[in-house]
Design a protein around this ligand. Structure first.
Ligand code: TXA
Ligand code: MG
Length: 331
């Protein structure tokens, strides 16, 4: 483990990146698994470490918004407007790539995903390495995204050069991805920046349908974010919650504060994870992935999670919850 306030640790982490190795680091959304984003071999090592399908491209992380034009050409007007307003921040822009971006980053697409994260440690590491960093979420493919250093260690600890521990991440779900090559711009993945905020800047945007045809963000077609045991989505205050107390087997319940208060005292084999006030999906987003991993570590056999309103960060939160409660992979 490396610590950001230790000068020697940050120097080692940057040197490892420059040498083509993999380093996990915090961002304001989730931890990223970083590699030199201009080095195809280093990027391929990311896919191997995560067990990530080769058709699922990576995001390039930059320290300065102005660096977008080094990777993208042309820079669409909507991308410029969104970057000016929301970078650094939890927003990823899909833009036409320049030839220097390796195919290993884009999975052969003619566009590239770029983000300037709003986290001092992420930006310090990118600056020190002097490179754009390719960085997917630092989990094994399909597992809950990492919002703390121990989540990364659990999945990837023995496969990477090191982890920069910057404490828990504030937002807790990944960035919102906006395709700026379409008209109107399209949200390919709802996330840490609300759709409402984006529309204030560029007007109405489309939301990529998940039901029809090939998903445009290739990563969105896989079962995702899931712990080792099945998780079932139930309506708020569902009678199944109370009934689960009588099952006798260890179960995990991820609920709003109000739902927990409405339940009787649980028997010892029931583990509750409080996601916060029911009208604060932004707080629930920050607690979701940690709760899944902790309940898993308590040895529960299954989990129940209830619905959240889909306004603000609730859109991204429910997107994650639907994917992790999905029974099987769609083709
Ligand atoms: O918040 C985040 O975005 C985090 C942190 C580490 O920055 N990163 C992250 O990366 O979530 P990852 O690899 O888990 O998700 C990247 C998503 C995938 O769904 C991928 O298919 C999509 O971005 N993507 C990447 N390049 C793309 C492109 N050129 N066109 C469409 N989708 C793309
Ligand atoms: Mg991911």
């Amino acid at each position: 483990m490396w610590y950001p306030d230790n000068e020697a640790d940050m120097a080692q982490a940057a040197a490892a990146l420059a040498a083509g190795q993999l380093v996990a680091f915090p961002t304001e959304t989730v931890y990223g698994l970083g590699a030199n984003g201009l080095d195809a071999a280093a990027c391929r090592a990311i896919y191997a470490a995560k067990g990530r399908p080769a058709d699922n491209p990576l995001i390039l992380h930059i320290a300065e918004p102005a660096d977008l034009s080094r990777l993208a050409d042309p820079v669409p007007e909507t991308a410029r407007a969104l970057a000016v307003t929301f970078w650094p921040g939890p927003l990823t822009l899909i833009v036409p790539r320049r030839p220097l971006v390796p195919d290993a980053v884009t999975a052969g697409l003619d566009t590239v995903a770029v983000r300037c994260p709003d986290h001092p440690v992420a930006r310090a590491l990118i600056r020190r390495a002097g490179l754009p960093l390719a960085a997917p979420s630092a989990n094994s493919s399909g597992r809950p995204s990492p919002t703390a250093a121990w989540h990364v260690a659990e999945d990837l600890g023995d496969r990477i050069a090191g982890i920069v521990d910057g404490g828990p991440t504030a937002i807790g779900i990944e960035s919102t991805i906006v395709d700026c090559t379409s008209e109107p711009p399209t949200i390919l993945r709802p996330g840490g920046l609300a759709r409402e905020a984006i529309e204030e800047v560029v007007g109405p945007v489309a939301l990529a349908g998940e039901s029809r045809g090939a998903p445009k963000a290739p990563g969105m077609k896989y079962r995702h974010y899931a712990p080792a045991v099945p998780v079932t989505l139930v309506p708020r205050q569902d009678p199944a919650l109370r009934r689960s107390f009588e099952e006798g087997r260890p179960l995990g319940l991820l609920l709003s504060d109000e739902e927990i208060n409405a339940l009787p005292t649980p028997p010892p084999q029931i583990y509750l994870w409080n996601l916060g006030p029911g009208d604060r999906p932004d707080l629930a987003a920050a607690r979701l992935f940690d709760g899944l991993r902790r309940l898993e570590a308590f040895g529960v056999e299954a989990m129940l999670i209830s619905e959240w309103p889909e306004t603000g960060l609730g859109l991204g939160l429910m997107n994650r919850i639907r994917k992790l409660t999905r029974k099987e992979d769609r083709p």
